[in-house]
Design a protein around this ligand. Structure first.
Ligand SMILES: Nc1ncnc2c1ncn2[C@@H]1O[C@H](COP(=O)(O)OP(=O)(O)OP(=O)(O)O)[C@@H](O)[C@H]1O
Ligand SMILES: [Mg+2]
Length: 247
């Protein structure tokens, strides 16, 4: 079957100063799939997904989202495209001057004409979904790292985006909460056909959420395949990589 490609990297190269992070990255993400990116710390996973929302531009090569070249997309089209995407930052990146609830509400206030009551209702529903139902009026400084992480997740999901980029969504969360976040990501993919790109160090996330996995190292994908073949591979380097990972 011919797959519908929603995100495409073509020979992407990205350096910072003399440090080459992405050397020659080719990758296609299919509409509706959950794609996990794994790889050692510092290999460029966050850099890779930042290209999808146009926060970074390649030095050479191209990144396309929905057929748009992200280096050339006009500002109005970029805004429209971004309104269909959610981004879960590795560091929750909440605004410290706003309550948790107002942080989550922000995308709705900025992009819709929705009234206050409706916004509150939606925010409460999303906070409940990520298992922090009672933090609406708390300030970020009053929240634990794991709670901030989940508020960041609620903010990414508040507009019901079609594409969600998750940067280590379960890092620092206890196993039970991690499992519930994994289930949530799987539900969004299965029931709402959300295209999901998930950076993770957790094998449990690959096992429960991923359709395919890419292993990033030395600036390119060193492995690309289905989650099943990744998890059950007998290739020594994959066995070694997986053996060193927490569940
Ligand atoms: N804006 C930037 N300016 C300069 N260097 C950067 C910038 N962003 C990333 N880097 C460098 O690019 C490399 C890859 O960073 P990146 O954050 O993508 O790693 P990562 O794979 O997400 O690691 P981790 O698993 O620790 O989150 C690192 O060496 C980092 O220092
Ligand atoms: Mg990172």
């Amino acid at each position: 079957m011919k797959q519908d490609v929603i995100i495409r990297y073509q020979s992407v190269r990205k350096s910072f100063g003399s440090k080459v992070v992405l050397e020659d990255l080719d990758l296609e993400v299919y509409r509706g799939e959950a794609f996990c990116i794994m790889g050692p710390s510092g290999c460029g996973k966050s850099v890779t997904i930042r290209h999808i929302i146009g926060l970074l531009k390649p030095d050479s090569g191209r990144v396309e989202v929905e057929g748009h070249d992200m280096s050339k997309i006009p500002p109005a089209d970029l805004r429209a495209l971004r309104s269909r995407m959610g981004y879960v930052f590795q560091e929750a990146a909440l605004l410290n001057s706003l309550s948790a609830g107002e942080n989550v509400a922000l995308p709705l206030r900025e992009t819709t004409g929705m009234g206050d009551g409706e916004i509150r209702e939606k925010v409460h529903a999303k906070l409940a979904l990520v298992k922090v139902p009672d933090v609406f009026d708390k300030m970020p400084s009053e929240l634990s790292g794991g709670m901030k992480k989940r508020v960041g997740l609620a903010r990414a999901l508040i507009t019901d985006p079609e594409i969600v980029l998750y940067d280590e969504p379960t890092a620092g969360l206890d196993p039970e909460i991690s499992a519930s976040i994994n289930e949530l990501m799987r539900e969004l993919a299965t029931e709402l056909h959300v295209t999901s790109v998930i950076v993770t160090h957790h094998v449990g996330t690959v096992r429960t959420v991923a359709d395919r996995v890419g292993l990033l190292d030395d600036g390119k994908l060193n492995y690309l395949g289905t989650a099943d073949s990744f998890l059950h591979s007998s290739e020594p380097r994959l066995v070694r990589f997986l053996g060193a990972k927490p569940d």
